[in-house]
Design a protein around this ligand. Structure first.
Ligand code: GTP
Ligand code: MG
Length: 196
């Protein structure tokens, strides 16, 4: 797939406002500031496609992008940001689990986690829901440029080992939007998901 051809489709305020549930969809999810929007921009080679920010919680809307007629990428709002009111957090958690369970076109989910803070409680909840919904899961350990190769490999091994416990189709990759580390592997995985 030529990811450079991605175009902005819609900003949806909630799950109900998403594009028609047809074709194949892949969502990028993770804690606020994990690097979701940056990874989408790296993947599509378009710097301004998804909004990135130093301020966590920047992406509040569900942004959708089209690769082809029936292929979409979804940039989900981040979770776990301390300053968001509890009621808003709980509402989003519910919407997110509903999306994972009910969205027919959703084939796989990329769960982005800062390589320095992997597998927080909310990440684990999300992975459990995804596995329960029979989704393919790619755990992307982002900002890998922040660690030197030794520690990077150590975290990769630890998370890979821990990922077995989810008992699903879960794979783990290191990634950096800064150095493009792991980009070919991300593309290969998405190609698989979109082709099947
Ligand atoms: P929300 O939309 O708020 O949930 O955040 P997000 O997950 O979309 O994160 P975003 O892509 O906006 O990136 C957050 C911050 O991390 C920005 O300051 C980015 O520049 C930085 N960042 C993202 N990816 C990388 C990376 O691979 N390496 C480094 N060093 N910084 C990164
Ligand atoms: Mg974002």
């Amino acid at each position: 797939i030529n990811y450079q051809k991605a175009t902005f489709l819609t900003s949806a305020p909630d799950i109900k406002a998403l594009p028609a549930d047809t074709g194949i969809e892949v969502a990028f999810a993770g804690r606020s500031n994990a690097g979701k929007s940056s990874a989408l921009n790296t993947l599509t080679r378009q710097n301004g496609l998804a909004r990135t920010s130093k301020t966590p919680g920047r992406t509040q809307l569900i942004n959708t992008f089209a690769l082809a007629e029936n292929q979409r990428l979804i940039d989900l709002p981040g979770y776990g940001f301390a300053k968001v009111p509890l009621a808003v957090k709980e509402k989003w958690q519910k919407a997110l689990s509903e999306y994972l369970m009910k969205r027919q076109s959703l084939k796989g989910i990329v769960v982005l986690m800062d390589i320095r803070h992997p597998l927080k409680d909310l990440d684990q909840d999300l992975i459990h829901w995804a596995v329960q919904s029979n989704l393919q899961v790619l755990l992307l350990l982002t900002k890998a440029d922040k660690l030197s190769p030794g520690p990077r490999k150590k975290v990769l091994l630890e998370v890979t080992e821990a990922s077995m416990a989810f008992m699903g189709d879960v794979t783990v990759q290191v990634f950096s939007s800064l150095t493009k580390l792991g980009l070919p592997e991300l593309e290969q995985k998405l190609d698989q998901w979109f082709s099947a």
